[in-house]
Design a binder for this molecule. Structure first.
Ligand SMILES: [Zn+2]
Ligand SMILES: [Zn+2]
Length: 415
């Protein structure tokens, strides 16, 4: 027998949860929103998650520092995994909400920064706890095990790796399928998901260009790293347009560049960072090889030494298993209304969720739920996106949709 934990209120087109749960989740969300923590520093958030999940009767343990794993065993049956990421961002909130964050944190370089849940990970935690509550309430109607992974450090690609390195899949029951969801700046109450590649691989590199410094009036006595770095930046832009087949997707962006201190001194070095995105391993390798070739050859062309290239981070490809995506789309359509669920093209943004199912070789599916009302989408100003200081999701029907989606999809795989 199947318990219907959620019902559709047709007038409002809104998914209704039990009123006490809704009120509780709204309070939880506002608290999380006002108390964001930086990547891999989510201590208070982890403690709160442990308290909430323990109170619901889930067994919890810490994994990967500030990661929390919660397990609900309910007899023999399938093991289903669900992941919610927990970190905030170094952004000064400018939403004007009465529960806006005034929190601060310290980055790895020691700088003190404002912190905001600007990517909506507070909605992910809230929705996972809401779904956990519904799973407990309906436990007489299903059999199996649910593993909820509250993952830290998504924004820095450190969290999934840290949990895996800390023995996540040796310590938790191993799921046969895994799901995750993310808030987007699309219409609240809607869900969008890709089939196949969903989020790009990312490689971030820091390049240090070595020259020979000297007086700006005597450039012939120098090897000018500013001119050399400029050639590199321009030449790198030829990779996607000239070396990647037009049917394939790739991005090469140079987003920072620093050199020199004074207008009459040619510096000894220049440093820039670049970001490479791709949806295919072959394309990725081709682009990265081309980047290194261009950097070496441009340095040689200037008579400069080989530049130093440091890898800052790597995000894996996030692939939505096509069969499981089709099934999830049906489940979501039945639960929320087919008109509220639709396809989405692959994004060149990145996400480390894929590392968790990939480590077990199991299918994963990751979907986006919208958070903005129609009037914000229709406004003449650009729509605030994730990571914007103005990104302010409305509570409803955003949260009820996310709770329902998580619960219904997990529930659909249990016995
Ligand atoms: Zn983000
Ligand atoms: Zn995010």
């Amino acid at each position: 027998m199947r318990l219907a934990a959620t019902t559709l209120c047709e007038d409002a087109g809104v998914t209704a949860l039990p009123e006490t749960l809704t009120q509780d989740l709204h309070g939880l969300y506002r608290h999380l929103h006002a108390h964001p923590e930086l990547s891999m520093q989510e201590s208070a958030t982890a403690t709160l998650i442990e308290e909430r999940m323990s109170a619901l009767g889930w067994a919890t343990f810490r994994c990967g520092g500030t990661g929390v794993v919660a397990v609900l065993e309910n007899g023999p049956g399938p093991v289903v995994g669900f992941r919610a990421d927990t970190d905030g961002l170094p952004v000064r909130e400018a939403t004007g909400l009465d529960y806006a964050s005034t929190a601060t944190g310290t980055l790895a370089d020691g700088s003190r920064v404002p912190v905001m849940h600007a990517c909506g990970h507070d909605t992910h935690i809230t929705a996972a706890i809401g779904a956990a509550s519904l799973l407990v309430d309906s436990r007489a109607a299903w059999r199996g095990t649910v593993v909820m992974v509250f993952q830290p450090g998504e924004e820095t690609a450190a969290g999934a790796r840290a949990m895996l390195a800390d023995g996540l899949w040796d310590r938790a029951p191993r799921p046969e399928v895994m799901y995750a969801q993310h808030l987007s700046n699309e219409l609240t109450g809607t869900i969008r998901l890709s089939s196949g590649p969903a989020m790009a691989m990312a490689d971030a590199l820091e390049v240090t260009v070595h020259g020979t410094g000297g007086h700006a009036s005597r450039p012939a006595d120098t090897i000018d790293p500013v001119l050399l770095a400029s050639h590199m930046v321009v030449r790198l832009q030829g990779i996607v347009s000239r070396e990647v087949p037009a049917q394939e997707a790739a991005v090469v962006s140079v987003a920072t560049i620093h050199a020199g201190l004074k207008e009459n001194i040619i510096p000894a070095e220049a440093v820039f960072t670049l970001n490479v995105r791709s949806l295919d391993q072959g394309v990725r390798e081709r682009v990265l090889a081309a980047v290194r070739r261009v950097l070496s050859a441009e340095a040689a062309a200037s008579g400069a030494p080989e530049p130093e290239v440091r890898e800052l981070y790597t995000f894996p490809l996030l692939t939505n298993d096509p069969d499981e995506t089709a099934r999830v789309t049906e489940v979501l359509g039945a639960a929320l209304g087919e008109e509220r669920v639709g396809p989405r093209p692959a994004q060149m943004g990145s996400e480390d969720f894929g590392a968790l199912p990939d480590a077990l070789g199991i299918p994963g599916v990751y979907w986006f739920f919208g958070g903005l009302p129609q009037e914000v989408l229709d406004a003449p100003e650009p729509t605030p996106s994730n990571h914007s200081p103005h990104f302010a999701p409305v509570l409803e029907p955003t949260l009820s949709t996310a709770v329902t989606a998580a619960y219904e999809v997990i529930r659909s795989r249990l016995a």
